[in-house]
Design a protein around this ligand. Structure first.
Ligand SMILES: Nc1nc2c(c(=O)[nH]1)N[C@H]1C(S)=C(S)[C@@H](COP(=O)(O)OP(=O)(O)OC[C@H]3O[C@@H](n4cnc5c(N)ncnc54)[C@H](O)[C@@H]3O)O[C@H]1N2
Ligand code: MOO
Length: 402
């Protein structure tokens, strides 16, 4: 296992055989960011009736260019009377168009004289009319399976009167960190200790990717304790994520434990940062096979690897295409760099000016420099051994989840 594996090979190994988690029914009010398990079929036409797009006057277009008596007033929510030819109706935005009318003239274009309205000439049929079913037709697919419920999708469901939806259960993830030097915020730091950066950062990323973090713990810094903790985690999750302890030092117990009680599929990748990433499987005591993702301890390495590996894994577990792939865009580099033998994922800020997106790289790209991630919009991908000069086009992976 000394050769470095490609990111693509690692992703393929991680996603191989992943089956989507089962579905559950949730109230739409609690469904924010959840992923639809089934397609939703529209049961109503939206809008449900022809209606006016403006405050104005409804008429038959053949009666335009005349003074027409105003014979009814139709507010939104009112069922109108049929309209006789040679007359018009006062109508408000969203109100139902009366039978016999086929257009609306906005009030700014109409002169009202007593009980009549002077309508301008040549108003086309359908002017300012929103037709029944023009947004959604009953029986059509309202939302596809795998759609992540964002603001517009929740509004779309509500437009159908839907109150409950079938969504994927949140994949359960156990998040474990290693390292004797790691202390939780709120406690004093002794000499040589640092605060646990990875825990809140990865919990937040995992939840944004759609996971439920069911276990958070620190692994003991010995082989037996590490094995016991990993076995416990496998029983409580579909995915076990660890940080630290995957490098080559004697204190790095995680990889050894996976090799003993599970299966290590892959270790050491041709990417920077994140080289010592370890991927494998663990067996839960009920016979389930659980994915293992061993992230490097360096905070930047685990941040980058979470976007590259945990997000697609959540996409596969949730059967959600939008999560499965990172959106890619092409930008112009404003920096120069030369990658070594590993593909480099550089943290960059994106700036839009004069229709061009520019990628600005942070000067210190070290894997312990988390401030580069705080300001980053994207990861610029520099192929192995490639040279990048200012002005070159570079592919960037956009660090965003809708
Ligand atoms: N001789 C070699 N040494 C190292 C190699 C190598 O190939 N040969 N690889 C280096 C690379 S690249 C990385 S990345 C790190 C990964 O090491 P580990 O995953 O075993 O992580 P640790 O050694 O436990 O920690 C690395 C670093 O990160 C800090 N850390 C760990 N956990 C946290 C946390 N929860 N919050 C904040 N900071 C954390 C830890 O203190 C270390 O500074 O190995 C290199 N070494
Ligand atoms: O691969 Mo390590 O993540 O560069 O620091």
């Amino acid at each position: 296992m000394s050769e470095l594996q490609s990111v693509e090979a690692a992703l393929a190994a991680l996603l191989e055989g992943v089956v989507a988690v089962d579905a559950e029914i949730v109230d739409c009010a609690q469904a924010s960011r959840r992923v639809l398990a089934d397609e939703v079929i529209a049961r109503l036409d939206v809008p449900p009736f022809h209606n006016s797009a403006m405050d104005g006057y409804a008429l038959h277009h053949a009666d335009a260019g005349q003074r027409l008596p105003i014979v009814q007033r139709i507010a939104a929510g009112v069922s109108p009377q049929p309209l006789m030819r040679g007359t018009c109706a006062r109508i408000f935005t969203g109100a139902e168009l009366p039978q016999g009318a086929d257009c609306v003239v906005m009030q700014e274009q109409v002169e009202v004289v007593g009980d009549a309205a002077d309508i301008p000439a040549q108003v086309p049929a359908d002017n300012n009319v929103r037709h029944r079913g023009s947004d959604v037709a009953a029986g059509a697919v309202l939302l596809e399976a795998g759609h992540r419920l964002d603001a517009a999708a929740l509004g779309h469901l509500a437009s159908q009167g839907v109150v409950e939806v079938a969504v994927r259960r949140r994949p359960r993830v156990a998040l474990l960190n290693s390292g004797d030097e790691i202390v939780e915020p709120g406690r004093p730091l002794a000499a040589g200790q640092i605060y646990n950066t990875n825990r809140p950062m990865l919990k937040e990323l995992l939840e944004r990717f759609g996971a439920e973090v069911t276990l958070i713990a620190t692994m003991p810094d010995d082989a037996e304790g590490t094995r016991a903790m990993l076995a416990l985690a496998a029983d409580q999750a579909e995915v076990v994520v660890t940080t630290g302890g995957v490098s080559v030092g004697e204190e790095d117990h995680v990889k050894a434990a996976i090799e003993e009680i599970g299966r290590l599929d892959l270790w050491r990748l041709a990417l920077k940062p994140g080289k010592p990433l370890a991927l494998g499987r663990l067996d839960a005591s009920d016979g389930r096979e659980v994915r293992f993702v061993g992230l490097p301890g360096n905070p930047v390495s685990s941040f980058v690897a979470a976007w590259l590996f945990l997000r697609p894994l959540m996409g596969a577990l949730l059967a959600c295409p939008a999560l499965a792939t990172l959106p890619t865009l092409s930008a112009r580099a404003d920096f120069s760099t030369r990658a070594g033998p590993r593909r480099h994922y550089m943290r960059v800020a994106l700036n839009m000016a004069q229709g061009e997106v520019t990628a600005h790289a942070f000067p210190d790209q070290g894997s312990g420099v988390l401030s580069s991630c705080v300001k980053a919009d994207a990861l610029a991908v520099v192929p192995a051994n490639a040279q990048v000069n200012p002005g070159d086009r570079i592919d960037c992976l956009w660090l965003r989840v809708d």
